[in-house]
Ligand binder design. Sequence first.
Ligand code: NMH
Length: 378
Amino acid sequence: RTAVIKCRAAVIWQAQEPFSIEEVEVAPPKAHEVRIKILATGICGTDDSAIKGKFREVQYPVIVGHEGVGIVESIGEGVKGFKPGDKVIPLFAPQCNQCVSCKDPRTNVCTTARVKNNLIERPKGLMADGTSRFTCKGKHIYNFLNTSTFTEYTVVDEIAVVKIDDDTPLANICLIGCCFSTGYGSVLNSAKVHPGSTCVVFGLGGVGLAAVMGCKAAGASRIIGVDINTAKFDLAKELGATECINPKEYDKPIQQVLLEQTGGGLEYVFECTGKPETMVAAINSSHFALGTTVIIGVSAPGETISLDPLMFIAGRTLKGSIFGGWKAKDCVPKLVKDYKEKKFDLDKLVTHRLPFEKINEGFELLRNGKRYVYLMIY
Ligand SMILES: CCCCC[C@@H](C)NC=O
């Protein structure tokens, strides 16, 4: 019988508190669950919003982290397609392949009950059976976005993990678990950018830079990067931005600047900050008739935006995108293969590597505009 594993995890005991590295107990996987030894994990703004108590109704105490890579340690009853030793990526956007959404090519958001609880509706932070696999100091610890990667071992539902080639080089590949796939796919799948088009990306963090890479891969003629941190501009240009602008350097709204610079607005707009005021500016910078704006950034609970409905009457569109529109089980192995074949270079998104116990330092780097860090968990 598979035993409980005692290991290190970075626990958030309550909102606004830093991570606390604790010894936690990780229970064996139940039926249709997989226990994974996490080898590396990215640090993402969504995790940071959960730490700040600004990510929907997260339950505390919680183990966050949602973009990792690891090795299967054990599998529960009824699990097919995985065995101990397999190299895997946990999926915050699972794919059950049974529900109406998984059978519909138009969406990648699985709507099986297990997923709705943790992704689309009020996050339960629990496994499908309504219980947790983590305990610490006698308390149950919630999971996060079906994954929880800031721990040496985690347990996920079998629909929330995918096997990748065992010879895949480790560490950086964890970015395919969220950041890279989210930005790159929002361009190729959600917006379907066409060659020669004009694009703008608001927010040049990991997701925004991946969107810039997607616009370049899609053959856009103009790729404008927008960020208030000009230190991000060099890498954005290296990855494909044709120009970068800082809203703080203008005495008029950035959408007006963009409308003037592009003779009437952008064909494709990618909003990666999650800030409502930036979303409004982004939508208003799109072409009045041909413009499509893709909302990728995650706003805080209760935040809203106000728009003049007439701005859509000539044909503008507004849509959302989770995990870049990729059906995760089908697409992650292909993205990993493309990475190995150097069809894109996500390594450039990694600016720092830190040992697990320095996770709080990692988030300080993220908050101070360093593009990307991740933790090597030995
Ligand atoms: C509704 C919740 C969506 C969460 C999407 C996050 C994980 N994307 C990038 O961080």
